[in-house]
Design a protein around this ligand. Structure first.
Ligand code: NAI
Length: 393
């Protein structure tokens, strides 16, 4: 299969590696010559590391590299069966590129976008044949993260959607199908992990180290929310939150936090700038000398439980609401959070375990305390409590 990748930045390079590893012939195009070069050099480095770790041998490295070529014109992607665009997140630029691309490729070529925040319907509208457009959303780093969200737009044909799903599966990825709505599954359902943690911090209930420790010790999350925001970059995470808030017509559940805005404004971006919520040493590790608690862990188990329960129930509420609004199936919502962001368990299965009654009562308690819309219980959870149902029986 011939694959065309448009944009050779972080995501385009990763996706090219995935496709080439699976035996596809991949052409990578970028308007920026340096970016193309960088992508080539980065792949060489990644593959050498895999040889060092004895995950691949020299022959496999050569095979993968031989499968990828780097091209200087969009026209060179003319013989692609599938193109995946991973350029700058700007609707007008994407539309222009899609429209030009369509003039070169055959009628059968599928034209996909890796966009995180734009609607697939809006991108597809740039095409003469919008039914050939579909969202194929990888997670960073693409070669390591198992999940890919496939998003059919209202224009997408069933044939194109099915072909996209089967192709991504053949690349050894786990597919979750999502409705064309802001944040798709993962970037929507994960919002409270950051938002509620920031709120707890802003209310002065706990400092961010205690909150991180609570999520890791009580909930077995691999990274605490503040560590994770520092890892993602406070500028990027803040922009995603802002976009989700705006595209949900300012639903207060998604309201961004001033704390994070100030960090982004100050240039405290996290690991990449050496300072975020934490200080980082030169090799990008948290400098624990200023944070003895990082070594010792939280001592107040009651506080840790309270923090975990509050963030956890807000995540469950968001996952339940995504199911309620048919954004994805229960299976795909759970798959998305475990394979896309490494949650220790699927949120809906976890809700079953904890008890639906407990979930509803805990959110209602928050609502009674604050009387804010953000703490309104999903109608689906309330119905399930009434009918004594579980997500998975
Ligand atoms: P990036 O900034 O690393 O790379 C973008 C590349 O596109 C650059 O090399 C740039 O030269 C090139 N480019 C810009 N305009 C172009 C044009 N008109 N034609 C061809 N190439 C052009 O960006 P990144 O992070 O790889 O993101 C790309 C897309 O993937 C965005 O839509 C983003 O929302 C999405 N995405 C990003 C994720 C991430 O964690 N970085 C995760 C999932 C999706």
């Amino acid at each position: 299969m011939n694959i065309g990748i448009i944009g050779s930045g972080t995501m385009g390079s990763g996706i090219a590696q995935v496709a080439a590893t699976s035996g596809c012939k991949v052409k990578v195009y970028d308007t920026n010559h340096d970016a193309l070069n960088k992508s080539k050099v980065a792949l060489e480095k990644v593959l050498l590391r895999l040889i060092e770790k004895e995950r691949i041998d020299e022959t496999e490295k050569n095979r993968i590299q031989d499968n990828i070529s780097y091209v200087n014109s969009l026209k060179d992607l003319a013989d692609s069966n599938l193109t995946i665009e991973a350029i700058v997140e700007n609707l007008e630029i994407k539309k222009k590129v899609f429209s030009e691309l369509e003039s070169y490729v055959s009628d059968e070529t599928i034209i996909a976008s890796n966009t995180s925040s734009l609607s697939i319907a809006s991108i597809a509208s740039a095409l003469q044949k919008p039914e050939r457009c579909v969202g194929i959303h990888f997670f960073n780093p693409a070669p390591l993260m198992a999940l890919v969200e496939v998003i059919p737009a209202i224009q997408t044909s069933q044939k194109v959607f099915e072909k996209a799903v089967s192709t991504i599966k053949s690349w050894n990825k786990t597919v979750a199908v999502a409705k064309d709505t802001p944040g798709f599954i993962v970037n929507r359902v994960a919002r409270p992990y950051y938002g509620e943690s920031l709120r707890i911090y802003e209310e002065g209930i706990a400092d961010f180290i205690t909150i991180d420790n609570a999520m890791k010790t009580v909930g077995s999350f691999r990274m605490g929310p503040f560590e994770l925001m520092d890892f993602i970059g406070n500028d990027i995470n803040y922009t995603v939150t802002k976009t989700v808030f705006k595209t949900f017509y300012y639903d207060s559940r998604f309201r961004p936090s001033f704390t994070q805005q100030r960090l982004a404004e100050a240039g405290y971006l996290g690991r990449k700038s050496g300072r975020g919520y934490y200080q980082y040493n030169e090799d990008g590790k948290i400098d624990a000398s200023g944070h003895p608690e990082l070594v010792e862990g939280s001592h107040n188990t009651e506080l840790a439980e309270l923090i975990f329960n509050r963030v956890f129930v807000m995540l469950i509420n968001e996952a339940a609401d995504a199911l309620f609004l048919n954004i994805a199936s229960a299976e795909d919502i759970d798959k998305a959070m475990t394979k896309g962001v490494n949650y220790p368990k699927g949120l809906l299965a976890w809700a079953d375990e904890k008890g639906i009654d407990w979930c509803v009562d805990s959110i209602d308690e928050l609502y009674n305390e604050y009387h804010e819309e953000r703490y309104r219980c999903s109608p689906l959870l309330r119905k399930m409590k009434r009918e004594k149902k579980k997500f998975f029986s």
